[in-house]
Design a protein around this ligand. Structure first.
Ligand code: GDP
Ligand code: ZN
Length: 288
């Protein structure tokens, strides 16, 4: 479901149907009653009668039912910010959206430089996170990425200048939704607030840009137990000496042992400690 200036465009078996909201869904005090990405039911008169339960919800932009969050960086210009990458992965797990890493601009680096990046990203695979090296300039990796995203709803985020617009233009079938045209036809000239919309992909599925990504910080993690659930590599058969271990300085910590043995990536563990310290200092202590 897409939304343009009060009109709702429902994708129904490949056709776009213009709909309106009905009854209780229409209440304007409920901003999130029907949003882009929602699965809906509509009647013969084009009134949306039901919004199905969402599997997830993103707030910037307001979109539901996202399958993948592509976290995009450039191999160079600008260089990858690995801490940011980890913060975005954390947000992705927190929002229950599967992260996918895309490294664009491979045309700017040597094979050797690419191998170094591969090494630093080696921890992704065991977490079930795919990564793709692409170049929108010389078309490297585009087909593989398309194949992976086909049939799914994918949000694209990342710092500016990494080539998000470039890849979105390669993936989508229409440049932009007809915001201008619609408003002209309906004689609503002035309002040109543009809702973020799902753009159909060749071969099925949708993509959507997520501006404002650079301001995303740590999600609202309520305690250390919740933080630990967001590090899938910490889910192990091994037991720490203390069942409520924070995996920081406790003796007999199975996680620290796994880091020493190289079974858990040291950079990820360092990231965990950093987030732990930050949340403890800035948020958790206030409730203790
Ligand atoms: P956005 O800010 O993430 O949307 O990035 P853009 O798509 O606007 O691209 C930013 C700049 O990077 C532009 O100058 C593009 O021409 C350039 N760019 C995009 N993709 C590639 C690529 O694969 N290789 C190179 N060398 N430059 C690229
Ligand atoms: Zn431990």
């Amino acid at each position: 479901m897409n939304k343009v200036q009060g009109f709702y465009y429902v994708d129904s078996e490949g056709e776009k149907k213009e709909c309106r909201l009905r009854g209780v869904l229409k209440r304007s005090d409920k901003k999130e009653n029907c949003i882009v990405g929602d699965l809906v039911e509509f009647d013969e008169e084009g009134a949306i009668t039901k919004v199905f339960e969402r599997k997830n919800l993103m707030t910037r932009p307001l979109v539901s039912n996202i399958d993948y969050l592509v976290i995009q960086f450039a191999a160079k210009d600008p260089a990858i910010d690995y801490e940011r990458l980890n913060i975005l992965i954390l947000n992705s797990f927190y929002s229950k959206i599967k992260p996918v890493i895309v490294v664009n601009k491979t045309d700017l680096i040597t094979e050797g430089e690419k191998e170094l990046i591969e090494e630093r990203l080696a921890y992704l695979k065991p977490l079930g996170i795919e990564h793709f090296f692409i170049s929108t300039k010389n078309n490297e990796g585009i087909e593989e990425l398309k194949e992976y995203l086909k049939g799914h709803i994918t949000a694209f985020g990342g710092p500016s200048g990494v080539g998000k617009s470039s890849i979105l233009n390669l993936l989508q079938t229409e440049k932009e939704l007809v915001t201008g045209e619609t408003s002209k036809r309906l004689k609503r000239g002035k309002h040109t607030t543009k809702d973020s919309n799902l753009l159909p992909m060749v071969g099925g599925g949708f993509v959507i840009d997520t501006p404002g990504f650079s301001s995303i910080e740590l999600p609202d993690i309520k305690d250390v137990q919740e933080l630990i659930t967001l590090f899938p590599e910490f889910h192990t058969e091994e037991h720490c000496k203390f069942s409520n271990c924070h995996h920081i300085n406790e003796p007999g910590c199975a996680i620290k042992k796994m880091v020493e043995e190289g079974k858990i990536s040291e950079s990820r563990y360092e990231f965990y400690k950093k987030v732990y310290e930050k949340l403890k200092k800035e948020r958790w202590n206030r409730y203790d």
